[in-house]
Write a protein of this length. Structure first.
Lengths: 244, 244, 244, 244
């Protein structure tokens, strides 16, 4: 996959036969085969694009279909920061939704395997397509199952939950986590945080820590100030570790 | 390396001959050779520890020497989130300091190479030791050089700066970054943000975005509320991309 | 003045002859003379309004003309909270702008006198009208003068500044403040905060404290969460006291 | 009352016979009778204090006994900002606690009357003393009664609640508020906010708005940055208006 970059627009495309229609003309993608990163390519109207290696974010932003409520990169990154999960880990995730959380985690850290549970047929279809488009079909396994009925994996390093009744999965998560493993629950509403924390305590989790992660943008023009309006809230993240 | 875990204390140790002195007695580390993850081990006073696979964070927290002003995991994770840097990337970093930023990035994403510049001899020694103790000597290369004098790498995916006069490195960073690559500057003070943004604009960077990342902890006991006192500020992160 | 209140709209009107045109019909304001608070009145189309005593905020929100950049009630209230200024105080203010800061302070605390300086003729006109409409002409005195040229009042309890070069007024403010009096500077940009703090230190002010005041709204519907988007920044407030 | 001010300490004292013992010597308060604001006075060891008019905050900070959990000036000020309550208003408050909320509101705005309900005998004693020491006995009336049993006032402009079961007072508050009047509830915990909002909706309140008010301090020394550690949370304020 390559990133076609101009100052006012960009595209992530696969190098294969076909035409890309842009507002500045048509690009023959077949021509990309003869090019290398750093080269340029022109539409039939003369608009020039640079051919660039895409980052993980470029691919995810341009190629994936999204649901309206989506966990954001800042929140996914905090999961890495606070659990130390890394390449070689076994991760269980639910509900899949559009697959964003699984795909981002897989893209950043190259885990051994992410198994993601989704019970809603409509999401399964979208997620399957997104996983395929992100090129991660070997790392991410999607199961169309109800995770509240049981988790089939064992010796799991990290369980991530972004679903309505996460508190119903806390017991199962505890059972399948390895000693020293983490459970992380993402939830937009504070009532969910409260239910989940109480269930985590009942089931024996340690180091329980619910947090909000607020990124505040600044503008630096003639003078500097925080931007007037911004994202005040996405969701709460609740972390817990299995220690005993 | 293994994590020895009890409910009130934990240690990261290497599996080799030697004695570990804890407040609850002495552990013969040689005995770890016959054990596997999930087993238990006892001190000569009978205190039991579980033998657990350490996460990246366990290793970094327990084995590294720190400087007082250190970039925190939440801020390092945001660099991943906003640049999409991933395995296979070439990263240039300065100043090394204790090596935390390099070591965390290397631990999370397994880049091809991180080259980190440090001009202060006292830090070089500490960083070298930390890189060795984190087992990342093959990925991280430490150069005792003044990065304001020049960057020797080419076609770099990400340049990270955590140093006093970051604005003096912006031009060099631009020159060695690949198209589509990122510069990220960490700075505790707002004056540094302002200088860096203005220099980024002069040198032609795009998508310039200075942010603060505030993590707010909640306590959920009988009732729930944000913790009364907390970290209001660590540092600003300024992101910029080379697009033209 | 009375507040005419319905569930979907409200008006602040004076009790005098005249017609009020609303989207739900015309109200004969002359009829208000025979009514008292708690009574109802109807438009010619039958829409009913309750006749209510307006609060200070009702009057200010409905009767004053605004400039785009306006200091907000939350920030004005913090001036009260941190200076303890109260009825009987002498306050000097600049620049007047639309008069909001003066009018709110006067409305809340009934000071002896607020003298407000404005050098720009266009603002003077708007402010004069706003002061008249708020019924505070006896408390607020508007001077069309450049406050950087000098402050004519003596023994002042509080000086408030919301203008471009506030740092140029710090020396004059110090000279006219009584011992124990306060200077408060409102400024959208951080560079202004920095200049002002440094000038305050040079001129001998104590207890210098720059702050941001962030109000975060929650939504409580089926479940509770902070509102997704909100005001991240209005301006910085810098407080200082004359102690020696 | 006068404020005795030196660069390293300050006292609020009444002008009457008596001795003030400071760490820098003894002051004969009787001598204050012959002095006026701006004069100086010395202890028997030669330490000099300036004689200054105290602000409302000086008096409250120096003269009042406090309970550990106290509503802060920033939060009290927001009540003014969002309700527009002003001089001449009738306010009902509960529970009194140490009396801080009543005393601050009374000090800032000179209402016609604040009636404050407290059921706990221990607090009543402390509050009575604080009200007396603040010189507001004519404005604040303290009733040792359980406000959940009923509110005796009528045509109230503002009801403020800072107590455990505020939701039990919402109905009574609605009944005694004038049209256009406000109910404001202060609560440390989010569960209280949720109960109160739901009860406000059931009882017919409009414009229901729960908020947090976060004041973030900056330090401006050689360079500027937000202070590292600070107050992340005091309490939530929930506003509602009686419109129908």
């Amino acid at each position: 996959m390559v990133l076609l970059l101009s100052e006012d627009s960009s595209f992530v495309v696969e190098v294969r036969k076909g035409m890309l229609h842009t507002k500045d003309g048509i690009l023959d993608l077949g021509n990309l085969k003869k090019k290398k990163f750093g080269d340029r390519i022109k539409t039939h109207l003369g608009k020039e694009f640079k051919i660039v290696k895409p980052t993980v974010n470029d691919i995810l932003e341009k190629k994936l279909k999204r649901l309206p409520q989506i966990i954001m990169p800042k929140d996914i990154a905090l999961i890495l920061a606070y659990t130390g999960v890394s390449s070689g880990s076994l991760i269980v995730d639910a509900g899949t939704g559009s697959g964003f959380l699984s795909i981002f985690l897989a893209s950043y850290i190259k885990p051994k395997k992410i198994v993601t549970y989704e019970n809603d047929r409509r999401f399964v279809k979208m997620a399957r397509e997104n996983i395929k488009n992100s090129g991660l079909s070997k790392v991410i396994r999607l199961k169309q199952k109800d995770i509240t009925k049981g988790i089939e994996e064992k010796n799991v390093d990290l369980v991530t939950l972004d679903m309505k009744n996460s508190e119903k999965v806390v017991r199962n998560a505890y059972d399948v986590l390895r000693l020293g493993g983490y459970l992380v629950v993402y939830s937009p509403y504070i009532e969910q945080v409260i239910s989940v924390v109480k269930e985590m305590e009942r089931k024996g989790f340690s180091n329980i820590k619910p947090v909000e992660n607020i990124v505040r943008e600044w503008q630096v023009e003639k003078f500097a100030r925080p931007k007037t309006v911004g994202l005040m809230h996405t969701g709460f993240l609740t972390f817990a570790r299995k220690v005993k």
